[in-house]
Design a protein around this ligand. Structure first.
Ligand code: AMP
Ligand code: GLY
Length: 424
């Protein structure tokens, strides 16, 4: 079968690697892909939200399954587009339709969903410019720090955590009245601050049945010791040592089952990944957020730990036979360290030649922001490559990742030297 993956990051390179290992996958296409996916698949340079262009690729290449990496095409309705098109309607899309994608596309929707289905999460209320004064009153009932979230997609920048009440009021006003994050912040979720340690749990569902994939922890800030600006993610570790069986059982009972049942009750036919951002507060889970896709760089540690055929699981999603499928996970720990362009997550330069990654032997090099230019691999984004390694311990895996990184170079290379610092 021919398969198309939408997206261009390390996550999509990891999907491409896993799917290329499946005997059932004949030709693999990635749109737009990167220099890494180019070695495993045919890259096609289109925007993954250009549905007409996707249709052309699918029809012209006899594609029989589409795997959606990022949230934007899902929130924009790529799955709905397929279902509404006579030529595409029987081609399975791994990723929810628009109604399910709202779990990520609207914070207000996802908070309402959690409240309705009794899923543990921070107390909240939503505000627009029409009830801003009520927002100020609600803020006064909360303890600092104050959490403000733009309702819509804001490229990971729409969440503010503020220590002072006055600042929180000012920012809330900026968000709803002056659209600080554009239309995304015309509605804002104000919520309680959750204490604890954060981790992510990934679920694959066919709408009725589900599989819980390995958990992971990512490192979001640019600076060592989790300081500085937020990024897409600077590294990840799987499994998460503090997510023991008893905690994960609670997550399944209190969060995963009510989420899958809630989707069914609400008439949402959800087929794809659910990425659950959780806070572990003394062994009790609380949901920070849902995403409707896999995480990046979490995918670069989660998928390599899955030993069995990923395509087989995707077929289970497509045919609603996920309950008949089984999969195995290595007990080994996987770590990944993201190499980024100097300046990221603020302004950075592109087109820097990347050297030495071919010499890496003890790690997997997942490309993210890379592109092939005149036979050279050059940087093409802020996050450039994720270097994944296995070990019996976190320390052993990290040592391999850092040894591999010492062989790789590009102008103004930057990476965190302390991934896993809080766990080892
Ligand atoms: P979100 O986009 O909702 O995941 O928020 C981004 C990040 O802000 C999360 O990964 C958390 O680190 C932090 N965060 C969000 N909501 C809360 C909360 N209620 N309490 C504490 N931290 C939070
Ligand atoms: N690494 C966080 C995310 O993918 O949203």
């Amino acid at each position: 079968m021919n398969v198309l993956i939408l997206g261009s990051g390390g996550r999509e390179h990891a999907f491409a690697l896993k799917l290329s290992q499946s005997k059932k996958v004949e030709q693999l296409f990635v749109a737009p892909g990167n220099a890494g996916t180019e070695q495993l698949a045919t890259n096609i340079n289109i925007n993954p939200t250009d549905f007409k262009a996707i249709k052309n690729i699918v029809v012209n290449n006899n594609i029989k399954m589409v795997v959606v990496g990022p949230e934007a095409p899902l929130v924009a309705g790529v799955h709905d587009f397929f279902l509404a098109d006579s030529l595409l309607k029987d081609i399975p899309v791994i990723g929810p339709q628009k109604d399910g994608a709202l779990l990520e596309g609207s914070k207000d929707f996802s908070k309402h969903f959690m409240q309705k289905h009794n899923i543990p999460t921070a107390r909240y209320q939503s505000f627009t410019k029409d009830n801003l004064e009520e927002g100020f009153v609600f803020l006064e009932t909360l303890q600092p720090p104050f959490v403000l979230k733009a309702d819509g997609l804001a490229a990971g920048k729409g969440v503010l955590i503020l220590d002072s009440l006055n600042e929180a009021k000012m920012e809330l006003k900026e968000m709803v009245s002056n659209e600080k994050f554009g239309k995304a912040s015309s509605r804002v979720v104000v919520e309680e601050f959750l204490k604890g340690i954060e981790l992510s749990v990934f679920v694959l569902t066919d709408g009725k049945n589900y599989k819980i994939l390995p958990s992971a922890k990512d490192y979001k800030r640019i600076g060592e010791g989790d300081t500085g600006l937020n990024t897409g993610g600077m590294g990840a570790i799987s499994p998460v040592p503090f997510a023991d069986d008893s905690f994960l059982d609670k997550v399944e009972e209190l969060v995963i089952k009510p989420t899958i049942n809630g989707l069914q009750k609400d008439g949402i036919d959800y087929r794809g990944f659910i990425f659950i951002g959780l806070m572990n507060d003394k062994g009790n889970p609380s949901v920070v957020e849902y995403n409707v896709r896999m995480g990046d760089p979490e995918t670069e540690v989660v998928l390599p730990r899955i030993e069995s055929d990923l395509f087989d699981l995707f077929e289970g999603v497509a045919n609603q036979t996920l309950h008949e499928k089984s999969f195995s996970v290595t007990k080994k720990t996987a770590t990944t360290v993201m190499l980024v362009s100097g300046g990221y997550p603020e302004a950075y330069q592109k087109d820097k030649e990347i050297n030495g990654f071919d010499n890496v032997e003890e790690s997997i090099v997942f490309h993210a922001g890379t592109v092939l230019k005149d036979d050279k691999v050059v940087t093409n984004g802020g996050r450039v490559m994720a270097i994944t390694s296995f070990g019996d311990t976190i320390e052993e895996a990290l040592e391999k990742s850092y040894r591999s990184i010492s062989k790789i170079d590009f102008d103004k290379i930057n990476y965190r030297k302390d991934i896993g610092f809080d766990l080892v």
